[in-house]
Ligand binder design. Structure first.
Ligand code: TXE
Length: 485
C-alpha cells in the first residue's frame, strides 16, 4: 500500500473504521488508470457489525425514538453540509467515476436536494382512517421497515446514495449501505459528513467491499428488514433470491434500453441536443440513457444526418478536461462496450458517425468514442441489450402504431420520450409506452428528485424518488378499535 494515498474508512455505529481484516481495495482513476486511494475490503464480519449497529439504533437507540420533525431537521443539516462541500465532493466523484466535472457538480446538487426534499417530507407522511361498519374505528399508520440494506452502483454513487438514504432515514429506518467497489469515495466521504450533521450513531452505516462478499453478506442477513438495489438484472435476481430466503421485500432498479421517439411535426432543432445528451451523459453509463432513437420515416434521412454531424464533433477525454464525455468506469465496462461494437461490425450494422478520443488522452484511461448506428435491426443485440456506453441506435418508423411496437420491443421499460407537437398524440403515446417515466418534448428532469422513478419488466420493480420513494421505505400497520360500550 502506498502511504501517500488516502485510505477511506467504513462508517459503523457512528465510528470511522477499517475493515476488521484490514484488507483494502485499490481505487483506480478511470482517466489515467492510476491508483489514487484505497477503500476497505470488508467481509461478512464487517457487514454483521454494521447490521447490528443499525438494528440497535432502530430498536433501542436514540434514532429509533426520534420524532419525524427531529429527523427532518438532521437531514436538512446534512443537505446544507453537502452544499458547503459541493466542490470537494464533485471533484472526488469526477475523479473516482471518470464523469466530467460538470456532471459531477450536477450530481452533488441533486444529492443535496434529495436530503432537502426528504427532510421536508419526513413529518408529512400520514396514515388514514377507514370507515367500516359496526362499532369500529380503523386507523392505518405508516411505519418504517426497520433496518434497510442498500446496495448501490458506481455510475451515480452520490445521487443514488441520496435517493436511497434520504428516503430511508426520513421514514425513520436505520440503514446499511454497501456501495460499489468500482467507485464509492463520495459515499464514504458522505459518511464522515453525516456524523458532523449530527446523525445518531448507527442510523447510517456504510461498508465498502466487493459485491460477491460484502454485498452478498448484506442481502443474506436475517436482521435486515428491506432492501434497495440498483445495478444489473443478473445481480438484481441474486439480491431478490437472497432476500426471499428471509421473506424480505426489495426495490430493484435494473437499467433500461429507453426509446426517444421523434415525429416529423416535432421541433427538431430543440430535440437534437436533448437526444444526444440523453445518450452521452455520463458516457452512456446511465440507467435511464436514451439509447434508442426512433425517427419517423419521412424525416429519417434528414434527422439522422443532423444527428451524425453532431455526433462526429463529440470529444472524449479525461474527466477534468471539460469535454463532452469522460472515460468509462473500468476496463471491464470498456470491454463490454467494445464487444458490442465488434459485433455490430460483424453484423454490418451501419455506422453513421463516430466522435473522437482526444489525442493526448492518457493511454491507460478507459476511453471510447461515442458512436451512432443507423437502420439497426430491431432484434440485434445492439438494439436489445443495455450497452452502458455512448452508443446510440437509430431506427425509422412508419406510423404511431409502428413506433409503439418498436419502443415496446424491449425486455426493459424504464424511461421513454416522445417528441411531437400534436397534443392528442402525446397522450396516446405516453399511455402506450411500457415504461416507468415518459417525457414529452424533453428528456430527464435534473435528477427528477420529486418524481417517482422505477421500471416495468426487466427494469425492475418498486418506485424510488419523490413521495412514492418514502412509501417504499415504509409499511402499513392497521389498527382496529372496537368502541362498543
Ligand atoms: O453491476 P452489478 P456491474 C448494468 C450495466 C453494466 C452491468 C454490469 O449494464 O454494464 O450492469 O455492471 C453489487 N450480491 N448496470 O457488474 O454486479 C456490486 O458490488 C449483492 C446498470 O457493476 O449489478 C455493486 O455495488 N450485491 C445499473 C452493485 O451490486 C452484489 C448500474 C452493482 O453491481 C453482488 C450499474 C451480489 N452477489 C450497472 N454482486 C443501473 N441500473 O443504473 C455485485 N453486487
Amino acid at each position: 500500500m502506498n502511504k501517500q494515498y488516502k485510505s477511506y474508512k467504513n462508517l459503523i455505529a457512528g465510528k470511522l473504521c477499517e475493515a476488521i481484516d484490514k484488507e483494502q481495495i485499490e481505487v483506480i482513476c478511470p482517466s489515467d488508470g492510476e491508483v489514487f486511494a484505497y477503500i476497505p475490503k470488508s467481509s461478512t464480519r464487517d457487514i454483521d457489525l454494521a447490521v447490528k449497529a443499525a438494528r440497535h439504533a432502530y430498536d433501542k437507540g436514540e434514532w429509533g425514538k426520534m420524532s419525524a420533525m427531529e429527523r427532518g431537521r438532521i437531514l436538512l443539516k446534512f443537505s446544507i453540509l453537502i452544499e458547503k462541500h459541493k466542490s470537494e465532493l464533485a471533484m472526488l466523484e469526477s475523479r473516482d467515476t471518470g464523469k466530467i466535472l460538470s456532471q459531477a457538480e450536477a450530481d452533488i446538487t441533486a444529492l443535496a436536494r434529495y436530503f432537502e426534499f426528504y427532510a421536508g417530507a419526513a413529518d408529512k407522511i400520514y396514515g388514514n382512517t377507514i370507515p367500516i361498519k359496526g362499532n369500529f374505528l380503523t386507523l392505518t399508520l405508516r411505519e418504517p421497515h426497520g433496518v434497510v440494506g442498500g446496495i448501490i452502483p458506481w455510475n451515480y454513487p452520490a445521487q443514488i446514495f441520496g435517493r436511497v438514504v434520504g428516503a430511508a432515514l426520513a421514514m425513520g429506518n436505520s440503514v446499511v449501505i454497501k456501495p460499489a467497489e468500482d467507485a464509492c469515495l463520495s459515499v464514504l466521504r458522505l459518511g464522515e459528513l453525516a456524523v458532523s450533521a449530527g446523525l445518531p450513531a448507527g442510523a447510517l452505516n456504510i461498508v465498502s467491499g466487493t459485491g460477491e462478499e460484502a454485498g452478498s453478506a448484506l442481502t443474506k442477513h436475517s436482521q435486515v428488514d428491506f432492501f434497495s438495489f440498483t445495478g444489473s438484472p443478473i445481480t438484481g435476481s441474486l439480491v431478490q433470491q437472497a432476500a426471499a430466503l428471509n421473506q424480505r421485500g426489495v426495490t430493484l432498479e435494473l437499467g433500461g434500453k429507453s426509446a426517444q421517439i421523434i415525429f416529423a411535426d416535432a421541433d427538431l432543432e430543440k430535440a437534437l441536443p436533448v437526444i444526444i445528451n440523453a445518450i452521452i451523459q455520463n458516457s452512456g453509463q446511465t440507467c435511464s440513457a436514451g439509447s434508442r432513437v426512433l425517427i419517423e420515416q419521412s424525416i429519417y434521412a434528414e434527422f439522422s444526418k443532423k444527428l451524425a454531424e453532431k455526433f462526429a464533433k463529440l470529444k472524449a477525454g479525461p474527466h477534468d478536461a471539460n469535454l463532452d464525455l469522460g472515460p468509462l468506469i473500468s476496463k471491464k465496462q470498456l470491454n463490454i462496450v467494445k464487444n458490442f461494437i465488434s459485433q455490430a461490425e460483424k453484423e454490418n450494422i451501419e455506422l453513421l458517425a463516430k466522435g473522437e478520443i482526444i489525442d493526448n488522452a492518457p493511454e491507460k484511461g478507459n476511453y471510447i468514442a461515442p458512436a451512432l448506428y443507423g437502420n439497426v435491426p430491431p432484434n440485434s443485440d445492439l438494439a436489445q441489450k443495455e450497452i452502458f456506453g455512448p452508443i446510440l441506435c437509430a431506427f425509422p418508423f412508419r406510423d404511431e402504431e409502428h413506433a409503439i411496437r418498436l419502443a415496446n420491443n424491449s425486455e426493459f421499460g424504464l424511461v421513454g420520450a416522445v417528441w411531437t407537437s400534436d397534443g392528442a398524440r402525446q397522450m396516446r403515446m405516453a399511455k402506450a409506452i411500457r415504461a416507468g417515466q415518459v417525457y414529452i418534448n424533453s428528456y430527464g428532469a435534473g435528477g427528477g428528485i420529486e418524481l417517482p422513478f422505477g421500471g416495468f419488466k426487466k427494469s425492475g420493480h418498486g418506485r424510488e424518488k419523490g413521495i412514492e420513494g418514502l412509501y417504499e421505505m415504509s409499511t402499513t400497520k392497521t389498527i382496529i378499535i372496537n368502541h362498543e360500550n
